[in-house]
Write a protein of this length. Sequence first.
Length: 252
Amino acid sequence: MKTITFIGNGNMALSIAKGLKDTYKIEVVGRDLEKIDKFEKELGVEIQKYIMNDFDMSDKTVMLCVKPANVEEIATKLSGKAKVIYSVLAGTTLQKLKENLNPHAVVRTMPNLAASVNRSMTTLTGDIEFQKEAEELLGAIGSTRWLSSEKEIDIATALAGSGPAYLALMAEALADGAVKQGLKRDDAMAIMRGLFGGFGDLIQDIHPALLKDGVMSPGGTTAAGYGALEDGNVRSACIGAIEKAYKRATEL
């Protein structure tokens, strides 16, 4: 079984590790052994644990899951030349990663939290010789899409990386709307979850506009509700959310 080394032990690292734990041996490098122990408990499998100070990355396959602002700092605590670093750091360029960590190769990746249930939409870009390996590795936690530039992965970060938060807001708001009209909270939540589950399958093969048109009959309930969404500038707000998140990614 191949080994993958996680540097960092936050929520994203745990989500990815949950998707990989059955096919890879996991080792985790962090600052605090107690937090790594907690990571191991939540992961549910035995892992190799290391403190970051002077950890040797030589010839390792590394999944870098620290905060973007901490790249320079952790670079002073690591040694050796990794075979490849897969970075999940939003907005952190290939050049910056290579200059600070000096690996043989770097691939930028942007999974999302659905990695923990093997349903991440993960975008990738970087050293092309590792494209196949990257797609196989990250394919263990869902779908992958190799992009041709760093600009594109920054845009994709705004869509797929941040997207679960946007959809969560929409899901909560729709359930709240049903409760406001008199539906019990438990019923509203169950119906909302069923809605999102079914929609996730439908959207794989049908264009969003066609789905909308298929539901919206003239003068019907969907048309009335859809009109309210347009009055609230929901479409414009979604487009603006991607723009703001993309710009923020380029600032990190």
